[in-house]
Design a protein around this ligand. Structure first.
Ligand SMILES: [Zn+2]
Length: 150
């Protein structure tokens, strides 16, 4: 056990490193206060083991995201937004609102509720043209054809 004035390894909060410190005083045989030899800051002594564990827990993985990963993240964020908007829309829509089965030959209007065999229930957000509508599904907004003769 080091005595007052001895060197001790401690974690310096200012330097953010495990550094050589001087023991300033001890209480009941335990080192209580130290001074960093590098920056001169005095602070409570934190045992190295504890500091190491803290340091490891705080470390974030320094993984650089690839363009593909970023794209996937963006897609996921968009899907999340769609899910939220879809949820809100579902709650706002009266329960007696008719749901029309989606069919390419039909004509849909803004706020129509449709059911697609694959994408499920969707809300017509926008009539893009006389042949297409923008539909909010639970996972994404999709451009869907309409009024197109089979
Ligand atoms: Zn320091």
């Amino acid at each position: 056990m080091p005595s007052v004035g001895d060197s001790i390894d401690a974690y310096c909060l200012k330097c953010k490193l495990l550094l050589d410190h001087v023991v300033l005083f001890k209480v009941g045989g335990a080192v209580k206060r130290v001074q960093c030899r590098t920056c001169g800051t005095q602070h409570q002594y934190r045992p190295a083991a504890q500091a190491d564990r803290k340091n490891t827990a705080e470390k974030k993985p320094a993984v650089r995201k690839t363009a593909a990963a970023k794209k996937a993240d963006a897609a996921q964020a968009l899907a999340g937004q769609a899910a939220l908007a879809w949820d809100r829309k579902t709650r706002e829509t009266p329960p007696d609102m008719p749901i029309r089965d989606y069919s390419l030959g039909e004509i849909y209007r803004l706020n129509d509720v449709i059911r697609h065999p694959i994408f499920g229930v969707g809300f017509v957000e926008k009539v893009v043209s006389d042949k297409s509508i923008s539909v909010l599904f639970s996972d994404a907004v999709r451009l869907m054809g309409m009024h197109i003769a089979p």
